[in-house]
Structures are given as C-alpha cells and as structure tokens.
Ligand binder design. Structure first.
Ligand SMILES: *[C@@H]1O[C@H](CO)[C@@H](O)[C@H](O)[C@H]1NC(C)=O
Ligand SMILES: *[C@@H]1O[C@H](CO)[C@@H](O)[C@H](O)[C@H]1NC(C)=O
Ligand SMILES: *[C@@H]1O[C@H](CO)[C@@H](O)[C@H](O)[C@H]1NC(C)=O
Length: 758
C-alpha cells in the first residue's frame, strides 16, 4: 500500500499526524532553544508514533553502519610558537629605503636617525658591490640588503621580491621610498593606524608625469599587505615589462597590473601629502609654513634631514602642549583623584570592606591588625615615614619661605590601597614668626610603580618535596598524627619524602637508651616505612641541642640553620626542601603550590599559614570539626610565623657560604657557635627567610589557604627570651569578640570549667 493511497484514505489523519509532527518538532525546538546542540531525539519520537498508530506504513530507520565514523581523522593541532602567529597578529609598518653606494653613509644614516625609532622596522636596499665598497658593516644601520644584480632599473623589484619573500606575514603596511626623502614618521604612523587592514591600499605622492595613475618613489608609496600579496604573483610580469626609464613608471605599472588599483593620494579623508622642497624652502623653511606632509624630498644633505626633524618635532611638541592645555581645561579637577593621573582610591562595597587608616606618631603605629594595639615603628616603615615627613617639611618651609620652623609631628595617618599605593595624611606643628604654634596638614601619596613582567623558568608539579619536620619532645602526639596522615595521603604519584628531625634536649635520654624520648616515634617510622611503598619514605635524623646559655634554643629560628646544615649531608643539592611544623594538616594542594612556586636559583616560597585559635575559647559555643575551617572565629593568618618556607637546597648552600659570621654546623655541639656573640656586630640574619631574602632571589610571601595549623602546645616558660625565639603561645587566643564574651560570661558568674586548661 503506497503513500498516495494512504493519503486518499486517511487524509485527515495524515494531516493531523503531520501537524503533530510539526508541533512536536517546533515545541522541542522552542523549549530547547537555550541548549546549543540539538540531539536527534526529537526526530525519533514522531516516527515511533507512526509505528504505533499504523502498521500499514512501516518506515525503516536504516541503522546499518551507523553512526558513521568521520572519514578524516582530525589531526592534532600543532600550535605555533607565538600566539601572534596563530592569531595572525602583525606589526603595523615596514619602511623600505632604496639607497646607493654614494649616499648610504650620509643620507641613509640620517634617515635611520630621524625615523627608525618611530616605526616598526626600517631596512635599506642597495646593490651588493656598492655595499661592499661603502663598507656598510661599519655603519651600524639596522638592516641592509644587498642585491647581486646591479641593473639600476630592477632595484625596486628586487626590493619588492625581498619583501614578499620575507615580511609578508609580519607587517600590515609597507612604505617604500628613497634615501633622498625625509620621512615624517610620526605623521605616517598616525595615518597608517587609522586604516583598517582589510582595505586594499595603494597610496602615495602622485607623479607629475603624463601618467598620473602612478605614485613616485620620492614621495613614497604606501602598500597594504593584501596589495603586496597580489604583487608577489605578478613580479615576473613586472620585470619583463620594466621598459620605462623611470622607476616610478615601472613600479606603478607593476602595482596597477597586479592589483588593478591606481595610485591615490587620499584615502577616507586621510591625505598622504608629499612635498618637493624648492631651493628657497631648503634655505629657510623654518620661517615658512611647512604643510604637514608624509615626505619632503629631494633632500641632498644630511644636515637638512636633521633641521627638518628638529623643526617638525618642535611643532609637534607645540601642538601637543596646546592639546594638553585644552584637555586640562575641559576636566573638572574636583571630580578626579589626587594627584592628577593617579588611580582613584577604592570605593568600598560595604562597611566590611573599608580600607582603614592607621594612626602613627614618631615611635609607634596603632591597630595595624585586629590583634595588635600598638607596634613600635621600625625598619622600612620607619624609614618611609621619615622620608615622607622630611619631604613634607621641606615643601612647607619652601612654601612659607623662612617664616615657619618645624616643631613636631602631631598626627600621622597611613593607608595602603592595593589599587593605588600608599597614602599619608600628616599634621605637622610649626613655630611661626610670632613664636606661636601653627598646625599644617599635608596629604602625601606614593603611587604604585609600573607593573613589570618577570621572566620565569618553566616549572611542573613533578618535583619531589623533601619535608623537614623538626619535632620536640612535647610534640610527640602531634607528630605521630602527622606521620599517620602522611602515610595515608601520600601516593606513588605524589612525590614526597618526610625527614623527621628529632630535637633532643641536652640531658634527655637518647639513642640506645631504654627511655629514649623519641622511641615511639622511631618505632612508628619503621612500621609505616615497611607498610607503605617506597615512594613515601620516612626517615629521621637526631640532633642533641646544647644549652647555649639561657637554656637550649628548642623553638628558635636560628636552629633551622643547624637543622639544614646537618640534613643537607643526606640530601642532593637539587632537592626541593620544605620546612614544616607537626601541627600542619597535610593537603595535596599545598604541596603542589610549593612545587609550582619554588624555582631553583630564582624563587623561594614563604607561605603564611592559617593558625587556629586556642580551642577551648574558639569552640566554646560551636563544635570542633575534624578539619580546620577557615573562618574568622577559628583562627587567623599568622604573619609572624615564618617557619614554613620552601627552597632548593643549592640556593640555601649558596647563601650559607656568604654568611661567614654564622659558622656552618658540622656537629651538634657546633650549634653553640650560632649563638656566640662573635659576629654580633654584623647584620646577622635572624631566620632562613631573612637569609634567602638577601640573596637576590625573588620571594613569594602570601597567605596559603591550604596551609592550616592546629593550635600548638606552649613551651615551658623560660627566664630568658632570645630575639630569634619563636613561641607558639604568643599568638592570640581568640578574637576580641570571643574574649569579650568570655569576660562577660565570667563576670556574670557563669564560670567556664573549660578555661582551667590555661
Ligand atoms: C531538551 O533536549 C534535551 C536533550 O538535548 C532533552 O533531554 C530534554 O528533555 C529536552 N527538553 C524538553 C523540554 O523537551
Ligand atoms: C639606527 O637607528 C637605531 C635605532 O634608533 C640605532 O640604534 C642605531 O644606532 C642607528 N644607526 C645609526 C648608524 O645611526
Ligand atoms: C631631610 O633630609 C635631608 C637630607 O637627607 C637632611 O639634610 C634634612 O636635615 C632632613 N630634614 C629633616 C627635617 O629631617
């Protein structure tokens, strides 16, 4: 039974069926408009419908050999070395100059000096024999091409051939002229920048001969990239038809033949004017009005080039001054950030976003963070404030010539805005001529410098990290947790190595002793090492820390030097070393960041950890989670902790050599020398970061959200505190709000039993 019969019999049915197909089709389309690829489902649905409704009409879906495979296997895209080649980005302007043996050392040099710094590329073309005679190598011109063919008439074609062979893909526009023409390169560049590269352009100074469709080489010929492309295929024709005496006619005929485009002097209201200088012009063009042209020819003297250049540069400068003045007048200064041209200060989105001003006086700076009330000014901060103060005083005394005398700093405010720089407000008290005190307020801003790109070597995430973990007797529980976590998370692909540094106190029982304080740690190490594969190694070294006067320096920054001196004997110089603490949570993210941010011989990574508050206070009203959450109530980024740092061992060893007054530690008892007063007069480094900073390595010091530290046990109190000592208990217990609440609760007689820990 055929379709026509079916149509006759069931006209209305078929019609409604088709309508149904159409509706379901259109609904599918509309409801799915937002999804960008249509699946084939909606074709199948209506056809199934037909199948069910009518068994007389049985369409077949031919599934044989489907889905079809693409005949051509898509090839891997080979990326070019530079993104500019992939995107077809070209530079703007190439200038080609015809020169000769007689003029290359005079006129060509003058052309180079007056225009090469203003365009993308400048090259000179002459015959090879002449180039040799003129000894062009000694001229230091940016590019000279010599042709073996000495036929004068073919020189322009050799130049064109060279350009099509070498630079077709690199420049948008080509400007060709002779070395007897002064090129007003700024003007030319301005014109070229306004022309779209998609246009076919054949512009230039028109010749005065009987064939005005041609440009002259003296006036200069501007060709767009696409016109030069057309010339490429016609060069043979051009050479065969170069029968005229003048280059202008031959070249013009060639371009016209290739592109069907006669020469024009204007394009979209842009005028490519060229001016032939008369003898009187050459004498005194400075006092005449020179029209703004692209070229001025025939210039036969290098000095004329320089005079023209000077004159045009001067008038250009005048013009710019006028424009700047006009712009200035059109601006409403009160609307703009001060100083003019600087970035405006950041406008806060909400009251939580406010960049606060920090108050300072001559000695201290106040409330630099939520946890610090007052900090003595020192180092770079002090120096900066001193300079700002000094400059302000100088400026004010100059302004009120001799009439005022500086007395004191009354108030100082400082604010750092990352989008702008450092702003200061100073209130300075002066004594005026009558002896009374007057106060002057000044605003000072130090804007950020230019952003600079640093070339950095390529790094991958495949380097092995050697974690050095110093452990004290009191850290044993934390350390065994750390080791278990390490053994569990470490996998074969995640290259790392854990070296425990067991720090014995002077009289603690050690190796071989039945009461060895680190016996359980050593046993755990052996157990874990045998259980897990060899890619996650755990080893230990033991150091007995001597008493250096005032007790052993157990948690001291200088001890890191001893640890590294002793451990470096067991590690290769190209090892990536990471100093850690046992209260750290191990995260792959963190280790990867260490691998990416540490560069051999170039860069050191010094992450700022997120440190937990004192748990009994921080979790008084909430539950303590198994992982440390980053929240303002659980901890804070601890700027004072510089114990986490990663670097290549060779960089350390290099820097260590320079620290002659910090003797290398070969044995445990040498540690005493680190603390000897010898060398105290030198600027002794206070910690690893300090030493590495002095080496010209670049330092990344930034908060790392994947480096989280649990609250650490306190050191027993010592009578004597060294400046390089680190005490985990110095960090704040909790936020002000939490502490305040606690005080309120306690004074309200709701004493908290959990506080007895402290
Ligand atoms: C839209 O298309 C998807 C498949 O591309 C299909 O799963 C979904 O059911 C369609 N939605 C509607 C409303 O037809
Ligand atoms: C040509 O110009 C370049 C760039 O401005 C400059 O470095 C070079 O010294 C110049 N050569 C001569 C001979 O003046
Ligand atoms: C500012 O610095 C200059 C040069 O360092 C110094 O001579 C001058 O005394 C300083 N002025 C003040 C007010 O400190």
């Amino acid at each position: 039974m055929g379709l026509p019969f079916l149509l006759k019999q069931h006209q209305s049915f078929v019609f409604s069926l088709l309508l149904g197909i159409f509706i379901s089709y259109s609904i599918t389309l509309y409801s799915n408009l937002s999804s960008d690829c249509f699946s084939t489902d909606y074709y199948a649905q209506p056809i199934n419908l037909v199948n069910v409704q009518s068994d007389e009409y049985e369409p077949h879906i031919n599934l044989a050999g489907k889905p079809q495979k693409a005949k051509k296997v898509p090839q891997n895209l080979i990326r070019p070395r530079y993104y500019s080649s992939e995107l077809g980005i070209r530079e703007k302007l190439f200038i080609g100059i015809l020169t000769s043996e007689q003029t290359v050392s005079t006129l060509a040099v003058a052309v180079n000096k007056t225009s090469s710094h203003l365009v993308n590329k400048l090259m000179f073309f002459m015959d090879a024999a002449g180039a040799e005679k003129a000894n062009v190598i000694t001229l230091k011109l940016p590019g000279i091409v010599g042709f073996v063919d000495t036929r004068e008439i073919l020189k322009p074609f050799h130049m064109l051939k060279y350009l099509t062979d070498n630079f077709l893909e690199e420049y948008d526009f080509f400007f060709l002229t002779r070395d007897t023409s002064y090129i007003n390169a700024k003007h030319l560049m301005n014109i070229v920048k306004k022309i779209s590269v998609s246009h076919e352009v054949h512009l230039g100074g028109m010749s005065k001969s009987d064939a005005p469709t041609y440009c002259t080489l003296d006036g200069g010929i501007l060709l767009s990239n696409n016109v030069l492309k057309k010339i490429q295929s016609s060069l043979d024709w051009c050479v065969k038809n170069a029968f005229s005496d003048t280059d202008d006619d031959n070249v013009g005929r060639c371009i016209l033949h290739a592109s069907q485009l006669p020469c024009q002097s204007t394009f979209q209201n842009l005028n490519l004017l060229s001016v032939e200088l008369t003898e009187t012009d050459k004498q005194n063009f400075e006092s005449e009005h020179l029209p703004a042209a692209v070229t001025y020819y025939k210039v036969t003297e290098p000095t004329l080039f320089y005079r023209l250049h000077l004159h045009l540069a001067k008038s250009y400068l005048e013009l710019q001054k006028v424009q700047i003045a006009e712009l200035k007048n059109s601006l409403d200064i009160s609307d703009l950030a001060w100083p003019p041209g600087s970035y405006p200060p950041k406008k806060p989105q909400s009251r939580f976003d406010l960049l606060s001003w920090q108050y300072f006086d001559d000695k201290n700076i106040y409330l630099t963070s939520d946890f610090i009330n007052l900090k003595p000014l020192g180092g770079a901060d002090l120096l900066d404030i001193y300079n700002v103060k000094n400059r302000s005083i100088q400026w004010l005394t100059q302004k009120y010539v001799g009439n005022i005398q500086f007395r004191r700093l009354v108030n100082g405010y400082r604010r750092f805005d990352p989008s702008r720089g450092l702003d200061y407000i100073l209130d300075l008290a002066f004594k005026d001529s009558t002896g009374r005190e007057t106060i002057k307020r000044v605003e000072v801003t130090k804007t950020l410098g230019r952003v600079e790109m640093l070339q950095m070597p390529y790094v991958t995430e495949n380097s092995r990290v050697y974690m050095l973990l110093p452990i004290l007797e009191m850290d044993r529980t934390m350390a065994s947790e750390f080791m278990k976590q390490y053994a569990q998370t470490c996998s074969q692909s995640d290259l790392s190595f854990l070296m425990l540094v067991l720090l014995y106190e002077p009289n603690a029982p050690g190796k071989g002793h039945i009461a060895d304080v680190f016996k359980d740690i050593k046993e755990l190490t052996l157990k874990l090492s045998s259980k897990y594969h060899k890619d996650c190694k755990i080893t230990w070294i033991s150091i007995r820390v001597p008493d250096v006067g005032g007790g052993p320096p157990m948690l001291d920054y200088l001890l890191h030097f001893a640890i590294l001196d002793l451990a470096s004997k067991k590690l290769a110089p190209d090892s990536l070393v990471l100093m850690t603490e046992p209260n750290m949570e191990i995260r792959t993210d963190y280790l990867n960041r260490v691998r990416m941010s540490t560069i051999n011989g170039k860069q050191v990574y010094s992450p700022i950890p997120f440190s937990e508050f004192y748990p009994p206070i921080a979790y008084r009203n909430t539950e303590k989670k198994t992982v440390l959450e980053i929240h303002k109530n659980t901890g804070r980024f601890d700027l004072d902790n510089q114990r986490h740092i990663s670097f290549y061992l060779s960089d350390y060893l290099e820097g260590r050599k320079l620290m002659a007054h910090l003797p290398v530690v070969a044995m445990d008892k040498d540690i005493r020398q680190l603390y000897s007063s010898q060398g105290a007069g030198y600027d002794k480094p206070t910690n690893l970061l300090d030493m590495l900073t002095r080496q010209g390595l670049s330092i990344i010091r930034a908060v790392d959200p994947a480096l989280r530290l649990r609250r650490r046990n306190c050191m027993p109190a010592t009578p004597f505190i060294r400046p390089t000592q680190y005490n985990p208990c110095d960090s704040p217990l909790a936020t002000r709000a939490q502490l305040g609440q606690l005080v309120l609760d306690l004074t309200g007689n709701k004493s908290s039993s959990s506080l007895r820990h402290k």
